[in-house]
Design a protein around this ligand. Structure first.
Ligand SMILES: C[S@@+](CC[C@H](N)C(=O)[O-])C[C@H]1O[C@@H](n2cnc3c(N)ncnc32)[C@H](O)[C@@H]1O
Length: 358
């Protein structure tokens, strides 16, 4: 509703708005049900006691797929709050239906990558157990950056585990198992609970969908079990929202002139990748479609360059609410870059106020 109002005020037709939102659909959080949450709509860090209505130990499953193992965890630990992290909307819907059907009260599923959730939703030393079952292997070396198990993400997991907390991982891919064994061996905050790097059987657990497929096809599975020890590990703070960025300009230009001169461009600054993708014309504002990739979060959002109603000749560049963006350091950088470009379009342009962190 807020999005529609904002667009109508900016003079965009509903049709144009629909086109922009459709382009950004993947990043636009749906309105989730009671058990389904979205990382873009939760507070950073999330207030789990409020969400569950009670403070209890936190157990997290990453990439829960069809949700069967989440329900198994809930059955095994009626005393805990169980949180599932998934990127697949279909898996989230399927798991939510199962949770509702079974009437389970102490599970919530969150639409988020594990990487984003670990850095933005959880405070250090707050998770009692982390479970990872059959993570996507991303075999090709050019896709290795997408693998869940890598140094930065494992460090975030260790940081979020409480002392004595457990980390369980299962995979059916020997190369992935070997890579994980190496990573774990280099992780001082974790202690192996097994006599060997992994075992090929783990009694007491249910068989997940991918596990069942591997076993039916005669492929062995590799199970890991680690415990958070008392060694000090690097402090990885929760990444919280910054203040909303905005820039106020005095300009001789009309926003139509700004849109007319726009050309897509990309920037890479300190591991932040920013694409200024498209510009759209409205009656009282221009919209800029922007993609921002940061180490812990990707955002596809819209910046609004809007005429100030009571200040002729002045415009504000700010974050639109389309796509439910969060003001991160990368978002501030994107506003700064677009603002710099707009300021340079005319010699008489002047920045009156700059509320952007660079
Ligand atoms: C191979 S499937 C395994 C599903 C299930 N755990 C099982 O054992 O049957 C991997 C799952 O992880 C999810 N996934 C992949 N990358 C993820 C990430 N970065 N964060 C959270 N979930 C992820 C996928 O959507 C998929 O559901």
């Amino acid at each position: 509703m807020q999005v529609v109002l904002e667009a109508i005020i900016a003079g965009f037709s509903v049709r144009m708005l629909a086109i922009i939102i459709r382009r950004m659909d993947a990043n636009t959080p749906s309105s989730p049900g009671l058990h389904q949450l979205n990382v873009m709509r939760l507070s950073w860090p999330a207030d789990w006691s409020r969400i569950f209505g009670e403070q209890r130990p936190l157990i997290v499953e990453i990439g829960f797929g069809n949700g069967a193992y989440l329900l198994h965890l809930a059955e095994r630990r009626p005393d805990a709050n169980i949180i599932g992290l998934e990127i697949s909307s279909r898996s989230l819907d399927i798991a939510e239906q199962k949770i509702i059907k079974r009437g389970v009260q102490h599970i919530r599923v969150v639409h988020s990558t594990a990487e984003t959730a670990l850095h933005h939703l959880f405070e250090p030393a707050t998770i009692e157990e982390i479970h990872i079952n059959f993570p996507d292997p991303w075999f090709k070396s050019r896709h290795s950056g997408r693998r869940l198990m890598q140094r930065a993400t494992l460090d975030a997991m260790v940081s979020r585990l409480a002392h004595g907390g457990r980390l369980y991982l299962a995979t059916d891919i020997i190369e992935y198992a070997a890579m994980c064994a190496e990573l774990f061996a280099e992780t001082s905050g974790l202690e192996n609970q097994l006599q060997t790097a992994w075992v090929n059987q783990m009694p007491g657990r249910i068989v997940t969908k991918y596990e069942g497929k591997a076993l039916r096809e005669g492929r062995p599975c590799y199970y890991f079990a680690y415990r958070r020890n008392h060694e000090t590990v690097p402090h990885i703070p929760v990444i919280k929202d910054l203040e909303m960025p905005h820039i106020i300009f005095k300009t001789a230009l009309h926003h139509d002139d700004v849109v007319a001169q726009f050309e897509p461009r990309s920037y890479s600054i300190n591991e932040v990748h920013i694409k200024l993708m498209n510009a759209y014309r409205g009656e009282r504002a221009a919209l800029f479609e922007v993609y921002i990739k940061e180490a812990t979060i990707d955002q596809h959002l819209v910046l609004l360059f809007a005429a100030r109603e009571k200040h002729p000749g002045e415009y504000t560049l700010k974050l639109s609410s389309i796509g439910h963006p969060r003001p991160t350091a990368g978002v501030h950088q994107a506003v700064a870059l677009l603002g710099e470009w707009i300021a340079g379009l005319h010699p008489e342009n002047e920045i009156l106020k700059n509320k952007v962190r660079t």
